[in-house]
Design a protein around this ligand. Structure first.
Ligand SMILES: [Zn+2]
Length: 214
């Protein structure tokens, strides 16, 4: 099985990837980790990527695809399934990935899209509060109770800008704009599987397993 996972921040994509990994004995490939490993190993691709990162520039698609291809080759040789998390991010990356898989005669099983309504995402993502004094992090899915203090040090709790609903709304908007063409792309290729990502982790996992082939 070869899967791509798509989902907004807060969709629970990472958690579901871990569950699928366990259930189907697959590997999870996060491009961030792959990139860091190549840089650490000082491979040609890694050094090349590093030269962009040093300039604060995005690592070009060509290098990211090269790094991914190395790993895909390993997995295809060993026959193990894999889940891609964080790749592809753009349509050209998606095209390159499908072309790569075709070379290995290894069709993509599905692009799994975990759909969660914006208001639910905002609620999930804005539940995080930080202690001003000791930086401990707390989650209040139902909002911060009145008069609540840090249980570790009694410090005042506040919301970092990143965790504020306004910032989250903007992040989600950016995500949707970037991802919409990708969703359409996989839909056109008849590779998209959408699943409702609202509810408990186990419920969502069950829905996913039900729609996956095999
Ligand atoms: Zn504290």
């Amino acid at each position: 099985m070869r899967l791509i996972l798509l989902g907004a921040p807060g969709s629970g994509k990472g958690t579901q990837a871990d569950i699928l990994k366990e259930k189907y004995e697959m590997e999870k490939l996060s491009t961030g980790d792959l990139l860091r490993n190549e840089v650490k190993a000082r491979s040609d691709l890694g050094l090349n990527a590093q030269s962009y990162m040093d300039k604060g520039a995005l690592v070009p698609d060509k290098i990211m695809i090269g790094i991914l291809e190395k790993k895909v080759a390993q997995f295809e040789a060993s026959g193990i399934g894999y889940i891609l998390d964080g790749f592809p991010r753009t349509e050209p990356q998606a095209e390159a990935l499908l072309a790569m898989l075709e070379n290995y005669n290894a069709p993509l099983t599905a692009a799994l899209y975990i759909e969660v309504a914006d208001n639910v995402l905002i609620k999930r993502l804005s539940s995080r509060w930080t202690c001003k004094a000791c930086l401990a992090i707390y989650n209040y899915p139902e909002g911060l109770p009145a008069g609540e203090k840090c249980t570790a040090c009694g410090g005042e709790l506040y919301q970092r800008d990143d965790d504020k609903p306004e910032t989250i709304k903007y992040r989600l908007q950016v995500y949707q704009e970037k991802t919409a063409p990708l969703i359409q792309f996989f839909q056109n290729k008849k590779l998209l599987l959408s699943v409702n990502g609202c509810g408990e982790v186990e419920e969502v996992a069950k829905r996913i397993i039900e729609i996956l082939p095999g």
